[in-house]
Design a protein around this ligand. Sequence first.
Ligand SMILES: [Zn+2]
Length: 366
Amino acid sequence: MNVGFGVAVLISCLGWAAPARSWNAAGHETVGAIADHLIAGTPAAAQVNAILGMELRTASVWADCVKGVSLQDGEFRYTVSARYRECRPFEDAAGQARMVDYVARNSDACHRGGAGHSGTADDAASAVPCHKQYHYTDVAIERDQYVRSEVGTSDHDIVAAITAAVRVLQDRPAPAPFSIKDKREALLMLVHFVGDLHQPLHVGAIYLDPAGHEVDPDRGTFDPDTETRGGNQLLEGHRVLHTEWDDIARDLGPDHLVMSGDADARALPKTAGPPAEWSMAWAGDTLRVSHAVFDGVIFGAENLYQHTWPMTLPPGYAERREALQRRQLVVAGARLAEIVERLFPPPGHRKATGKPRAEEGAAHGR
Ligand SMILES: [Zn+2]
């Protein structure tokens, strides 16, 4: 068999089998819409419009839409045109070319073993395209902080991806293995990944042994078979825990939470330190929230054939989940607004990099 074909088959099979890992489109649109609302009328909103030509709400799903690009006969192609309504704004010829270009540049550099890589053996071995790994990290729920040396983190996880996008928006180069073409691409990444960073199962992970007992992957020898992949391997009947947290109720959607969550969004304390380090602090916050995802959940023995574990959720779980989802969506929207406002301050303010505003002219190359 021709090698290129083999790789294409392998990748498309993985693409098909790979579980979903993201707030659903409505969740991302809610985060973007809250941020749009908070920055309305500011210079930051004008900059967003100049760079993206659209609101954050619309832009928020782009990084998931690019998952519609796959390798066919040795060539990357966008193959899901018109399938997802939220992706339509990116499906004209130029938009498809941009998605293909991004995926081609961000598919395999992370498998060449960048410095500091401590990603899971699972992701490296299964050749999950790098850009799909940018959406999450898998820190054990035994931890309280995000630290890059922990199991489940990597130099191309969601925390690193946000930092890379922020650096490009600050006129600095993106660190390897990221390839970020311009500020438009960086902002498209930022708006999506800030949303994902607040989905608890994109950050906190439970590791289980075959008996369904919790294990701490940072103690002793790490066994990749204990990974539950963001809760994608945890099932109640046919319901997947990760999906349960991705899906949001109607009143948490963009047309509702922007107004009902407004006071909470404005009351959120500001983030300290330089913006390139904010994703690490925010990941720690989400990690602590993720502990509650597993409170009272009982796991059974692993189904070794499917590599899944059955689970039983405690009474009242859905209400608890919805309250936490609401909190996380509001916080994500407020933080997206905060970082965009910091990156694009009013004229006269110095940029976060310390460069005078006048030097910012260096185009937003589309
Ligand atoms: Zn995502």
